[in-house]
Design a protein around this ligand. Structure first.
Ligand code: NAP
Length: 249
């Protein structure tokens, strides 16, 4: 166990949820490129994650799992750490989107969004902390939230609530963990992925045009910030880092 008063060691084994496509896949690639081990899951696997698994059989553990399956998530932690060794860091990336006005969103859909994007990540974070406390003592947690937690966007009421909830939980967790775990959020603006494909090309080009940097964010813009939170000694704790090309300023 590392000195509890010194800097938290760089991540060695990271659980990244939803690492099979979109931003999660980029984070898996980037974390492997730093030499760390990665455990990831999503409901269905993709050719891209299968190819990475072939490339890094000893450093990448992949399983098919719904984050809402609490017992399955505990088994995943056990199996992943048996394969890779203790997991010291967590990136809560998996989430589902929304594209419906609140008035037209059924109570069942609201409950599903809150369950998947807020309740399940909080339960997984608890299981992860228990694991990491027992096995390594210290670690790092990154929540992938959204600019929607800070600015209003039509059609994203329940989704925004979950991201704001995660940002709030992140701050309080950072305080509770008292330096044993560095806990931060990254809050991207809109980027091109399956989740944002509900936005038409016209909406996406409007977002790009209104962004001060002149272009939308990409997963490769977000990965270096997550990398820093996982590997560098920044002493950054309890913060939300917005990555949106200045779209929200
Ligand atoms: N795209 C944007 O414009 C945008 C902007 C700001 C923030 N974000 C956030 O960035 C993160 C990544 O988004 P993305 O755009 O890369 O989304 P994406 O392409 O839809 O990927 C989401 C990932 O999460 C997994 N996932 C979804 N539901 C799951 C469940 N119930 N259990 C396990 N895994 C699940 C998906 O795999 P399966 O579907 O196979 O389960 C997939 O691997 C999310 O937290 C999102 O809220 C996105």
């Amino acid at each position: 166990m590392s000195d509890p008063t010194g800097p938290i060691p760089a991540a060695q084994c990271v659980l990244i949820t939803g690492g099979t496509k979109g931003l999660g896949l980029e984070l898996v690639r980037d974390t492997l490129a730093q030499g760390a081990k990665v455990a990831t899951f999503s409901r269905s696997l993709t050719p891209e994650i299968e190819a990475l698994r072939k490339e890094h059989p000893d450093r990448l553990f992949v399983a098919s799992l719904d984050i809402n399956d609490e017992a399955g998530a505990k088994t995943f932690l056990k199996d992943a750490s048996a394969a890779l060794g203790p997991i010291d860091s967590l990136v809560n990336n998996a989430a589902i989107g929304q594209d419906s006005m609140h008035l037209h969103t059924s109570p069942e859909r609201i409950a599903q969004i809150v369950q998947t994007n807020l309740t399940a990540p909080l339960i997984l974070t608890r299981a992860f902390i228990r694991h990491a406390m027992a096995k390594v003592g210290r670690g790092r947690i990154v929540m992938v939230t959204s600019i929607c937690a800070q600015r209003g966007y039509s059609g994203l009421v329940a989704y925004s609530a979950t991201k704001g909830g995660l940002d709030s939980a992140m701050r309080t967790l950072a305080r509770e963990m008292h330096g044993r775990f560095m806990v931060n959020s990254v809050a991207p603006g809109f980027f091109d992925s399956e989740m944002s494909s509900v936005l038409g090309t016209e909406q996406l080009s409007t977002i790009a045009r209104r962004t001060p940097s002149g272009r939308m964010v990409t997963p490769t813009n977000i990965a270096p910030v997550v990398r820093s939170l996982l590997f560098d000694d920044t002493n950054m704790n309890g913060q939300v880092v917005v990555i949106d090309g200045g779209g929200s300023i």
